[in-house]
Design a protein around this ligand. Structure first.
Ligand code: 5GP
Length: 125
């Protein structure tokens, strides 16, 4: 069975997408720890990041770096990287705009309008 992230990649379920290329996709985490919490996901479905073939790993890290720089420029906040992977068995990297109120694991409640506003702010075409 496909992972929830593969369903997002295939457009079977919606997401607040900010970036896509041939090997990766990035969208807002539905349970954000900070405003602008992004997940960067390889299109190849594997459980752990180190299961990825080198080419897909390199593509994932390239997108993580590119988006981190873009997010820092756009929001004026350092971008934290986090790799957990115990919830969704499809490799991904969390990108978190850091502010001093951030607490690991605490989630914010955002309205659809707030999600859409931050999506438009962070979108990289
Ligand atoms: P992890 O596997 O790294 O512990 O966490 C997986 C992350 O995926 C969680 O932060 C969770 O909020 C997020 N997530 C789970 N299901 C969905 C979904 O359907 N859409 C989005 N955008 N994020 C999801």
């Amino acid at each position: 069975m496909s992972s929830i992230f593969t369903k997002i990649i295939n457009g079977e379920i919606p997401s607040y997408k900010i970036y896509e290329d041939d090997k990766t996709i990035a969208f807002l985490d539905i349970n954000p720890e900070t405003k602008g919490h992004v997940l960067v996901v390889p299109k190849l479905e594997v459980d752990k990041i180190y299961d990825l073939p080198d080419e897909d790993f390199d593509a994932l890290m390239h997108t993580v770096k590119k988006l981190s720089i873009h997010m820092e420029k756009t929001l004026g906040k350092r971008t934290l990287w986090k790799v957990i992977g115990t919830d969704v068995p499809h490799a991904h990297v969390h990108l978190l705009p850091y502010d001093e109120t951030w607490e690991h694991g605490r989630t914010l409640k955002l309205t659809p309008e707030e999600f859409e506003e931050i999506r438009q702010t962070l979108e990289l075409k």
